[in-house]
Design a protein around this ligand. Structure first.
Ligand SMILES: Cc1ncc(COP(=O)(O)O)c(C=O)c1O
Length: 412
C-alpha cells in the first residue's frame, strides 16, 4: 500500500478531502469522505473500492428524527430493531453502536473472561478477535478451509483445550460458515458459540437466513457493508434473556425496571442513536434491491473474469450456503506480484486493496502472543494472494469492464 497514515475500511486515507458535489445536492454527491469521485490530473474517473447506496428516503427519515428532537433512546431504534429482526427471521435484535461493540457484548453475555481461550479465524477483520480480548481472553486461531475461506471445523476441533470457552465463527466475505459442524463442536465441549456475521447480512445457511439460527449473530453497518447506518451494528438472538442483557449492557447497565440513573449492572455506552437508526430504517426498506444489485454486479464480474488466466473468483453458492455479496475479492495465482497489480490499477484510477491481512500477523498480535508466519498456512497463503476489486451496489457495468481490462493487462 502506498503512503502512510490513517486508512479507513475503504482502504483510503481517512482524512482525504471530500470533493465538492458538482450539482450541490447531497445525495447526488455519491462519495463519502475519503472516497474520491474524481482524480485531478487524469482523464479517467476514479473507480472507488466501495460506496454506500443512499437515496432521498434516508435523508427524509433522518430529518424526521431531527425535527422530533428525539435523537437518542427514542422510537426509531426499536422500529429499526423490529424491522431488522423480521428481515433476518430472528425473534429479537438489539441495535448497538458498531459491529465491534455488538461482538463485545456477545462475548460478555457468553461469560468469556480473563484467561479463557476463544477459537476464531485468522482470516478476518481484527474485531473478530479484539472483541474477546477486551474481556481478557486469549485468541486461539484455527486455520481456514481453502475453498470457503471460513473456519475449518477439523482445525477448530483440534484447537480445543480445557481453557477454551467459546468459538467465534466468522462468515467471511458474506459466505456462511459451517454452522452445523461448528455448533456441534461447541455443544460437545460445552462452549459458547457466537457468529460474527458482520459481512453477511442476507446470507443463508441451509435455506435459513443468517441471524435466524438461535445463537447470537452480530451484523455491522459501516458504509462499506451491504447496508449502512453510518456507524452501527446489531445483535440478533433467539433468546429473550440475551436480549434483555444486550439492551441493559449497551445502556450503561440500566435495566428496564431501574429508575433514573440507577444501574443494576456494570455496562457500556454502546447505544445506536435514533439518527443512525433512521438511516437504517430507510436502508432496510431497500435491502432487497441492494442485495439484488450486488448479486448482479458480482455476476457481471464473474462473467468478465471468466477465462482471465491467473485470477480465480470466490466460491460459488451450493445447496447449503448462499453468499450475500459484501466485497468482490479475487485470488491471484502464484507468481503474480499483487503489489504491482495494485499500483498498475491505481495509476489508472482504479482502487484495489490487499484483503484480508491475517489477524495473527498484525503487529500487536505478534508482540503480545509471539505469532509468526506460517502458523496458519491456508489463511496466510490465501491472505497473500487475495485482492479486493471496486465493488458496491450501484457500480457501473462499464467501470467493471474497465477494472477487468486493467487487471488483465496488469497480470499479462
Ligand atoms: C468480519 C467483521 N467483523 C467485525 C467487524 C466490525 O464492525 P464495525 O466496524 O462496525 O465495528 C467488521 C467490519 O468491518 C467485519 O468485517
Amino acid at each position: 500500500m502506498r503512503g502512510a497514515g490513517q486508512y479507513n475500511q475503504y482502504g483510503q486515507a481517512a482524512h482525504a478531502r471530500h470533493p465538492a458535489a458538482s450539482d450541490g445536492r447531497l445525495l447526488r454527491s455519491p462519495a463519502p469522505p475519503g472516497v474520491s469521485s474524481s482524480r485531478p490530473g487524469t482523464a479517467a474517473r476514479t473507480i472507488p473500492l466501495s460506496r454506500p447506496y443512499l437515496g432521498e428516503s434516508e435523508a427524509r427519515e433522518v430529518l424526521e428524527v431531527l425535527r422530533s428532537r428525539h435523537l437518542s433512546l427514542g422510537p426509531v431504534v426499536p422500529r429499526f430493531e423490529g424491522m431488522f429482526a423480521e428481515r433476518v427471521g430472528a425473534p429479537y435484535a438489539a441495535a448497538v453502536s458498531s459491529g465491534t461493540s455488538g461482538l463485545h457484548l456477545a462475548c460478555r453475555i457468553a461469560g468469556i473472561g480473563p484467561d479463557d481461550e476463544v477459537i476464531t479465524s485468522p482470516y478476518s477483520f481484527v474485531a473478530s478477535a479484539n472483541c474477546f480480548m477486551y474481556e481478557g481472553a486469549h485468541p486461539v486461531f484455527a486455520d481456514i478451509d481453502a475453498g470457503t475461506f471460513n473456519l475449518d471445523p477439523a482445525a477448530v476441533e483440534a484447537a480445543v483445550t480445557p481453557k477454551t470457552r467459546a468459538i467465534m465463527a466468522v462468515d467471511i466475505f458474506g459466505y456462511p460458515c459451517e454452522l452445523d459442524e461448528l455448533r456441534a463442536i461447541a455443544d460437545r465441549h460445552g462452549l459458547a458459540f457466537i457468529e460474527d456475521s458482520c459481512e453477511a447480512l442476507g446470507a443463508e445457511y441451509k435455506r435459513r437466513k443468517i441471524g435466524s439460527h438461535g445463537h447470537m449473530a452480530v451484523f455491522a453497518f459501516y458504509p462499506n457493508k451491504q447496508m449502512t447506518t453510518g456507524e452501527g451494528g446489531i445483535v440478533a438472538t433467539g433468546s429473550a434473556e440475551e436480549l434483555e442483557l444486550l439492551v441493559s449492557l449497551r445502556n450503561q447497565g440500566r435495566a428496564d425496571t431501574d429508575g433514573w440513573l440507577d444501574h443494576s449492572r456494570f455496562g457500556f455506552n454502546y447505544r445506536l442513536s435514533d439518527i443512525h437508526a433512521a438511516i437504517g430504517v430507510a436502508q432496510l426498506e431497500r435491502l432487497d434491491e441492494i442485495l439484488a444489485m450486488r448479486a448482479a454486479a458480482a455476476e457481471r464480474y464473474a462473467g468478465l473474469l471468466d477465462g482471465v488466466d491467473g485470477v480465480s473468483t470466490l466460491l460459488a453458492d451450493d445447496a447449503n450456503h448462499r453468499r450475500s455479496w459484501f466485497v468482490y475479492v479475487v485470488k491471484l495465482a502464484s507468481g503474480i506480484d499483487r503489489d504491482r497489480v495494485i499500483t498498475v490499477l491505481e495509476d489508472q484510477g482504479i482502487q484495489s486493496r490487499p484483503y484480508l491481512p491475517c489477524i495473527h500477523l498484525q503487529t500487536y498480535m505478534r508482540e503480545r502472543y509471539g505469532f509468526r508466519e506460517w502458523m496458519f498456512p491456508v489463511a496466510e497463503e490465501t491472505s497473500r494472494k487475495t485482492l479486493a476489486l471496486p465493488f458496491h451496489s450501484a457500480i457501473d457495468p462499464e467501470d467493471q469492464e474497465r477494472v477487468v481490462d486493467a487487471l488483465r493487462s496488469a497480470i499479462a
